[in-house]
Design a protein around this ligand. Structure first.
Ligand code: C2O
Length: 595
């Protein structure tokens, strides 16, 4: 229904015609240009000065205290009776394997238990740290759409062998998939807290290590130490569909528990992976590229915005996911998983399996291909420029996980050792990143919304039930900020006390200077601030399925683009797309943050 006539011109060497047919030739010629950081001609490419510098305080606290000696240990130092160390915030230690217990399948009212603990290592109390092995040749992860027949044959063979390993072998496909379940569905606890590697700054490093070992195991099984996982480059129009090698029935890369709508080259829509797609292909591609731009640039000026909220032991602060984890990571999961309550055979009703539920997500081989691109986004984001691209907080650097390597040896690994993919022995084959050019430039409406018809935020919040679009006006802390002000602080719209049933898939969109009739089919416009998406999960702090999240959107750039920089009051519109009736939001504010 929506027309793509006004799609902004850069994002579109993709004209209407070509985007509809989306042939490989047309698209590759449009995006053949390699990415150059100079394309980013905006303030993000300038230095951040003190902006994004939220970590100094924490570093002082951490100075010279080697709590490791006091706190860590795989042997169960974190039993419920040993909570004293929780008094100080400290890095997330490796999980307590001894007390690993049943996980919980999310997605239904009656929480179903599920066993996914790893085989217990023989010498639980002496699990060594992993040292990155010397490497002779870099593993080069290829673009999933571009691989050769020979590559596919190797990858299929390796996966097949992995599926044939004894189920108790920590390298078997089932055990590998269970790793994800254990870290995400509540099998590990520290006292009353559930270990959860999503919705926080552990998201990128956990999945990097996870793929690292998975890839090495595959390589070992086919005796090829240079084997590298493919990456599903959904950030490029050519990659916005299931890579064909995963769509061949009877091969080891196929998963029958996928939503049939992902088959045969259907294009993915990051903004409505489950809902009926109401836009044409050209608009869908444009929306996807806009969402990429928002997640990689507009809303990710600072490390914690990109990586996700700080998460340490004994931390009762609100959690928050990073921009890429939110979109498109989660929509891709939702898209590939079955719709809840589909009959899976044998009277079993789907909870979103496989990709749409954390406990089962890694049972779909495409999971690892999807996450290879998530991991690549970390590398690409780092390369985008800006002064602060790393987290220096030692609570992040010293957080740990536990994995088995390709020789079945158990190891503890640290976040600090996974910051450089080349040191880890792998890299990504280059590919164009067209979204860097997709900063929206067109306006969805002329002029400003008439504020006299809009209720102020303090009359509208708390929102107890987001079952319809809601507009409100909100004051800014300051106006007419200079470039220097902007370099120093990001202006951020923050929703606090965002609560919903974490069992549910939810999504809502946020716009500035729009009213409740806003057209939500076209996202390539300056007013679109971003979306929030939830994949059903177990919450870190308890097994109760209610969240208490914080959701922030960086509006510094939007205020420039909509020309609202001199206004002290602006209009915000929140539009529920899915699951609005289980969403409530306590309060909202605009704040100037270091990031
Ligand atoms: Cu651990 Cu894509 O999820």
């Amino acid at each position: 229904m929506a027309s793509s006539s006004s799609i902004n011109s850069i994002c579109l060497s993709l004209d209407d015609q070509s985007s509809k047919t989306l042939t490989t030739t047309t698209l590759s010629s449009f995006f053949a240009k390699p990415y150059s950081p100079r394309l980013l001609k905006r303030r993000r490419s300038q230095s951040f000065h003190v902006s994004c510098n939220a970590n100094e305080h924490d570093q002082n606290i951490n100075a010279n205290i080697d709590r490791r000696n006091v706190l860590l240990g795989l042997g169960g130092l974190y039993s419920a009776s040993n909570l004293a160390p929780l008094a100080f915030a400290s890095p997330i230690p490796p999980p307590d394997l001894k007390s690993c217990s049943k996980a919980t399948k999310t997605g239904s009212k009656d929480l179903v238990e599920y066993s996914c603990c790893p085989p217990t290592p023989k010498d639980l109390n002496n699990i060594p740290y992993y040292n990155l092995p010397p490497m002779s040749k870099l593993r080069k992860r290829p673009v999933a759409q571009d691989v050769t027949k020979e590559y596919i044959a190797k990858y299929q063979l390796a996966t097949k062998r992995m599926k044939e390993l004894d189920k108790d072998d920590p390298r078997s496909f089932m055990q590998q998939a269970n790793i994800h379940c254990a870290y995400c569905n509540g099998a590990y606890k520290f006292g009353d807290e559930v270990l959860q590697v999503h919705q926080s700054w552990l998201f990128f490093p956990f999945h990097r290590w996870y793929l690292y070992f998975y890839e090495r195991i595959l390589g070992k099984l086919i005796d090829d130490p240079t084997f590298a996982l493919p990456y599903w480059n959904w950030d490029h129009p050519k990659g916005m569909r299931l890579p064909p090698m995963f769509d061949r029935e009877t091969t080891s890369l196929y998963d029958a528990r996928r939503n049939p709508h992902v088959r045969n080259g259907t294009i993915i829509d990051f903004s409505s992976p489950r809902d009926e797609v109401t836009t044409d292909v050209g608009q869908t591609v444009t929306n996807n590229l806009t969402l990429m731009y928002r997640s990689m640039i507009t809303n990710a000026a600072c490390p914690l915005q990109f990586f996700g909220a700080r998460y340490v032991l004994g931390n009762n602060d609100s959690k928050g996911q990073g921009t890429i984890e939110n979109i498109p990571h989660t929509p891709v999961h939702i898209w590939a998983g079955t719709v809840r309550k589909t009959d899976l055979g044998g009277g079993k009703l789907s909870l979103g399996e496989d990709m749409g539920n954390f406990y089962s997500a890694a049972l779909d081989p495409v999971f690892y291909c999807h996450h290879a691109n998530v991991d690549r986004m970390w590398k690409v984001w780092k390369g985008l420029g800006g002064k602060r691209r790393d987290i220096t907080d030692t609570d992040w650097l010293n957080s740990e996980f536990f994995f088995y390597d390709e020789n079945k040896n158990p190891y503890r690994v640290r976040v600090r050792d996974c910051l450089d993919t080349k040191k880890m022995g792998y890299d990504y084959a280059p590919a164009a990143i067209p979204w860097v050019n997709c900063r929206p430039t067109r306006k969805g409406r002329e002029g400003k919304v008439d504020l006299t018809n809009i209720e102020p935020a303090n009359k509208v919040f708390p929102i107890v039930n987001l079952n319809k679009p809601i507009s409100f006006s909100i004051n800014r802390p300051t106006t007419s900020r200079s470039q220097k002000d902007k370099d120093e602080k990001e202006e951020v719209l923050i929703f606090k006390g965002l609560k919903y049933d974490t069992n549910k898939y939810i999504r809502f969109d946020v716009f500035l200077n729009e009213d409740e009739d806003v057209n939500t089919d076209e996202l390539d416009k300056v007013e679109f601030a971003g979306s929030y998406v939830n994949l059903p999960h177990v919450h870190a702090r308890n097994k109760k399925m209610d969240s208490d999240e914080m959701f922030q959107l960086d509006i510094t750039e939007l205020l420039e683009d909509i020309e609202l920089e001199d206004d002290d009051t602006i209009t915000v519109t929140v539009v529920p797309k899915t699951g609005g009736d289980v969403i409530s939001i306590q309060s909202v504010a605009i704040e100037l943050l270091d990031g």
